[in-house]
Design a binder for this molecule. Sequence first.
Ligand SMILES: Cc1cc2nc3c(=O)[nH]c(=O)nc-3n(C[C@H](O)[C@H](O)[C@H](O)COP(=O)(O)O)c2cc1C
Length: 499
Amino acid sequence: MTDTTDTGITDNDGADAADAAQGGIESPSGFDFRGLTVSGLAAPAAAVPASGKGDAKSGKGGKSDKGDKGDKKKGKDAKKTAKSGKAEKADKADKSDKDKVEGGKSEKSDKTDDSAAVTTGKRSIFPFLGTFSDKPGSNGPALFEPMTLRGLTIRNRIWLPPMDTYSALGRDGRPTPFHYQHYVSRALGGFGMIIVEATAVAPEGRISPCDVGLWDDGQIDAWRWIVEDIKATGAAAAIQLNHAGRKGSTGCFAVGYEGRTVPPEAGGWATVAPSPIPFGEYTTPRALSVDEIHGLVDAFAVAARRAVAAGFQAIEIHAAHGYLISQFLDPLSNEREDEYGKGFEGRIRFLLEVADAIRAGIPGDMPLLVRVSATDWAAGGWDLDQTVALARILKDHGVDLVDVSTGGIVSGVTVPVKPDYQVPFSSQVRKRAEVPVTAVGLITKPKQAEKVLVKGNADAIEIGRAALRDPYWPLRAADKLGVPVSKAPYAPQYVRGAF
Ligand SMILES: Cc1cc2nc3c(=O)[nH]c(=O)nc-3n(C[C@H](O)[C@H](O)[C@H](O)COP(=O)(O)O)c2cc1C
């Protein structure tokens, strides 16, 4: 499989759609999960605004402050002794993401670079953005500086990017206790914003039969308890809305057919796209009619309103990685001759209509994000210049931040994957389009992440796979960067176990 983003995973089981349709939230305190009734799981705590003010402070008390110090020293000593082992382990983990990315880069050289960057502050700041209160990094680690987008203040700049877990095992688009644990544990781990995985706006818009969705009012309650408890930790809750287009109906660990189209007899469906051009070995999609395109614009808008009803605080439109919107953007997948194709203006029309429709239906103070692939890494396709041009236009359509990724559109291309490999793209979009951006892609270490912000290459960073192996990445980073426990995003319950 050449597509390294948003796809993945294999085989197993095969829960039947009808069977699973039984599942779903019965009440916040009793959860009926495919026949298994679990009570008392949801008991939602009182929602706390995502300012992050509550968490660290409430855990502060004189006692814990003192304890912090002692613990911290102990921790540091322990760390010294355990250091080599730990470092080795971390290194190994990084390597597993993408072979040899560490290369000869030593811890030492890393350190020197970072401290120089943090203390000298030799980077331009972007007053037009106003997302940092001062030079990034001059008031303590930039990673832990809150960030405000419209009416939402996010407690820090370490965000969980959307990562499909293919775990709506009931095949009814409803999140399950797995999703609760997955997202709430990372919220407890200190992430500033949790961007929930690609969520389908229509059943045929799912990447796999086990994708979550918001195409039906009945799915709203299944999200609510998760969103409430993400927010109760002090993290902000965002959701990525998606239609997979020609990359829909693909396999996953629970269904099988990994990297292939799931046939109708196994619960798959016929796919749609701007043009009848298949992605790699997947089945050939049917070209959408103009009426159908209008219907999908509505589907995004209605799903966004459902997300608001479920309590989400920000919406991200998935316009990256070769899914439907990105299929419209890219000349290599969009050969339409009507108003949704031909030139740049036609190819971006679907996205702009989706953004307008969502913006019109969500609260004015709610941030709207768009994830893009800044390049498809293929000659003659979507590229950085088009991305910058698009980002400038998106600002006029109520979009507050561009989440900059790459690839996933054209199969079989070579992506030069290494640490920070997508940072040059976020940096360019930020500087040239003058729009807040996030950077993502093999950012795995705290100092590495801090440097991205301090150098003005992004307004926030996202930790993907590294967060799959360490839900507490932000708390660990706070320790590494010298943030006092009382200022780190600890849940009060966890302060006594602080790093
Ligand atoms: C298991 C998995 C699922 C993913 N699902 C999504 C998704 O639903 N939407 C999306 O935009 N990107 C998705 N991605 C891409 C990640 O958001 C992220 O951009 C990518 O993993 C690179 O960041 P990293 O190196 O920190 O992991 C997924 C990645 C993984 C590993």
